[in-house]
Design a protein around this ligand. Structure first.
Ligand code: H79
Length: 482
């Protein structure tokens, strides 16, 4: 009986769909060969918020700088080369044909995409951005418009991006690529800013740059978006003279047209103000988020932003760079960025063999361990309306859409801690993340919430980096810290 009702309903639905189908078939406008132009720069705030949602909730991602520069690893002719490792071609003035020898040799036998994805996962990272192509021009996938790639040029001959994209998908990690607009290898892109790789006799830069954009860069965008599940297109090298604001807007439109819900950083256009990374206000620049580099915004921002940072002093691997930031610094940076409404894109520079350096892995494990108990103060959070911090030692975050607040202490809490900016709901329990023991608290108007931190609770937590109070309640509006 039931079956037949279901069957009949099913038949009716099919008929309805058919009838509807015919109706809409009749009404269809005349089809022309012109594509329907959508202006992706005129998105509603609601559509923008929807597109940005996963990224805003993710907070923490891995940046990977990897390419042939991992072979010299900061050394040239037996001497150390100053500066960031992936710039060695420029900094040591290495001729193209000589640099190509590294590219040929590139053969990372120990690369294991699943291991990398596991390192991200255990670190609590929710997305990754890897160099599909850095300024040196070498491509980590089998690009159909290039012979200068991992399959056609190097000894390795396996598609690195494909392996990583697949491995990340298995772990639920979103995949993004860093793609340099500046290209020191492509003859149509070598720039006047970099005379070693340019015919400096051409004023105004490389006259063939528009052809490079149309016939090389854009086809590469299509390959990456179509075949690698790219969710973030992270441009760089946009400052060269050849690249214009109009080309930036056009490139943005093009990449969005390939995948309307993709995210694109502000280096797709010319708006970025140096290393601070946010856009200038003098024009309508394309790009979904600002990109402070090696720094964190001074205060919070209502715009979307992501701080990218190294763990030592280089992006691409340098064998002599041992200047590692401590796990504590990395954790404090993540908290600081989160409280100010940003994301943290933390870099690793794998070796030429394909290994993420031990000191990086060690630190990422410590961050991951901290996030295991404190993650709810980071993921799916928003900044507070009035204050993101109290003094230098306490930072605030808030669960999205809930009256749940977090006060993260960067130093070990004293037996009594007063949180000036939060008021707990009556009768609510205040805890430290990682412990379920309720802590005694009192609230006094004008002073704030004083929490008694019991010594055994602290001891049992055995935390060394940052301590998070969780408070159901509300924000006190009259205190402005910045
Ligand atoms: O990929 C990594 C580096 O190789 C690349 N960006 C990160 C993510 C990079 N870092 N530093 N640089 C490139 C040096 C570029 C500096 C400058 Fe400029 C370019 C100085 C002047 C032009 C950036 C744009 C700062 C001011 C304008």
């Amino acid at each position: 009986m039931r079956k037949s009702i279901v069957y009949h309903i099913g038949t009716m639905l099919v008929l309805l769909v058919l009838v509807q189908g015919c109706k809409s078939e009749k009404k269809k406008p005349v089809v022309t060969s012109e594509p329907i132009a959508v202006n992706y720069l005129e998105e509603t705030k609601k559509d923008f918020d929807t597109r940005m949602e996963w990224w805003r909730n993710a907070r923490f991602g891995m940046f990977i700088h990897w390419g042939p520069y991992a072979i010299p690893a900061g050394m040239y002719n037996g001497k150390p080369v100053d500066g960031i490792g992936e710039w060695i071609m420029n900094n040591a003035h290495i001729p193209i044909t000589e640099y190509e020898v590294y590219s040929k040799q590139f053969d990372p036998k120990k690369f294991n995409a699943d291991e990398w994805a596991m390192i991200m996962k255990e670190a609590g990272m929710k997305y990754v951005v890897i160099t599909s192509k850095h300024h040196d021009g070498f491509c980590l996938w089998d690009s159909k418009v290039s012979e200068y790639d991992i399959i056609d040029f190097s000894s390795y001959k396996k598609d690195i991006l494909k392996a990583l994209s697949t491995a990340c998908k298995k772990q639920g990690i979103k995949f993004g690529v860093y793609h340099s607009i500046m290209d020191w290898h492509h003859p149509d892109a070598q720039s006047i800013n970099y005379p070693e790789y340019n015919n400096a006799s051409k004023p105004g830069g490389n006259p063939n740059f528009p052809s490079y954009l149309e016939n090389y860069l854009k086809p590469q965008m299509k390959e990456l978006v179509d075949d690698y599940d790219v969710e973030i297109m992270w441009f760089d090298g946009e400052w060269i003279d050849e690249f214009t604001h109009d080309q930036g807007k056009e490139l943005y439109q093009y990449v969005r047209s390939l995948k309307p819900n993709i995210l694109i950083n502000n280096r797709v256009d010319k708006g970025r103000q140096g290393m601070q990374g946010m856009n200038k206000a003098d024009a309508d620049y394309a790009g979904d988020f600002g990109t402070p580099e090696q720094e964190i915004l001074e205060g919070s921002s209502t715009l979307d932003w992501e701080s990218c940072m190294t763990m030592n002093d280089t992006w691409g691997f340098k064998k002599n760079d041992h200047n590692w930031k401590s796990a504590q610094t990395l954790i404090h940076n993540l908290i600081d960025v989160t409280a100010k409404g940003g994301n943290y894109l933390l870099n690793v520079g794998p070796t030429s063999e394909g290994l993420i350096p031990g000191p990086s892995v060690e630190r990422l494990k410590a961050v991951g361990k901290w996030l295991q108990s404190n993650g709810e103060a980071i993921y799916n959070t928003e900044k507070l309306k009035n204050n993101y911090r109290q003094g230098n030692d306490i930072l605030f975050t808030k669960s999205k859409g809930k009256d749940v607040y977090y006060a993260v202490c960067l130093t070990k809490p004293k037996p009594e801690v007063t949180i000036e900016h939060l008021q707990p709901q009556e009768g609510t329990k205040v805890t430290l993340l990682g412990s379920s023991v309720p802590l005694k608290w009192t609230y006094e108007q004008g002073k704030g919430t004083t929490i008694s931190v019991s010594a055994p609770v602290l001891e049992e937590l055995n935390e060394e980096y940052a301590w998070t109070f969780k408070i159901n309640g509300n924000e006190i509006e009259n205190k402005i810290s910045e």
